[in-house]
Ligand binder design. Structure first.
Ligand SMILES: O=C(O)CCC(=O)C(=O)O
Length: 225
């Protein structure tokens, strides 16, 4: 029986550590060999260690209980903030998914290409089935640019920028500190934002996206693990 609360209610949930500090150190060492342009890189699922980690996370109890039947990991992005590579993201929902090929359907919009992969924006019903798992690799600092979310906003459908800001102003934001090796689970439609790092400690996050292995509307995932 899938567990939904409080994810169903608030759209986000922080787990206890799923990985040890030594396992986080190993991942940081692996990531040192990956080229990162800008805020992060999106195509990590091609790497065998990353696909293996995705499968391990999918079987961890707090995550397994919240995945759809027949789940697949469909993307892994590394987001790194450090004093040398500092950035912020304004309030948004994650609307784009990586797909194998273009499908002409009026309900599918926002076609784009990033790092050689094709992305589409499917309707809200498809996005509602997805779960993002953001694994915290570094010891969190006080001023580490943690994600801020607007609780419950994942139930409001796809929002315009204006409606998103109005909902944030009405509801308020919650900051989501995550322990090292723990994960922030969130629904991609949950409004989220993050500030620049204010301290000196880096913040590395592996952002996995899980969904049902099969997509509707003739869409196919670009890759799965
Ligand atoms: O890692 C962050 O601070 C924000 C990343 C982001 O924009 C996202 O997960 O959609």
């Amino acid at each position: 029986m899938p567990v939904q609360t409080p994810l169903l209610e608030h759209g986000h949930l922080v787990t206890a550590p799923l990985l040890t500090a030594a396992a986080c150190d190993d991942l940081i060492a692996q990531l040192d060999t990956v080229t990162i342009d800008g805020a992060g890189t999106r195509n990590l699922l091609d790497l065998p260690w990353c696909a293996a980690l995705a499968r391990r996370l999918a079987s961890a109890a707090p995550i397994a209980a919240r995945l759809p039947p027949d789940p697949a990991c469909v993307q892994c992005t590394y987001f790194e903030k450090s004093p040398a590579r500092n950035w912020l993201v304004p309030l948004h929902q994650d609307l784009s998914i990586p797909v194998a090929a273009r499908v002409d359907h009026p309900a599918i919009r926002g076609w784009s290409e990033k790092e050689g992969l094709l992305y589409a924006q499917p309707p809200a019903e498809v996005l509602e089935e997805l779960l993002a798992v953001r694994l915290q690799l570094d010891e969190p600092g006080e001023a580490d640019g943690a994600l801020r979310v607007v609780p419950g906003s994942h139930r409001a459908g796809i929002l315009t920028d204006r409606d998103a800001a109005a909902l944030r102003d009405r509801t308020g934001e919650t900051t989501c500190p995550v322990p090292r090796g723990g994960a922030l689970l969130l629904r991609p439609l949950l409004l989220h934002a993050s500030s620049k790092l204010a301290g000196l400690r880096p913040r590395g996050v592996l952002h996995f996206l899980f969904g049902p292995a099969k997509l509707p509307l003739g869409l196919q995932w670009a890759r799965t693990a």
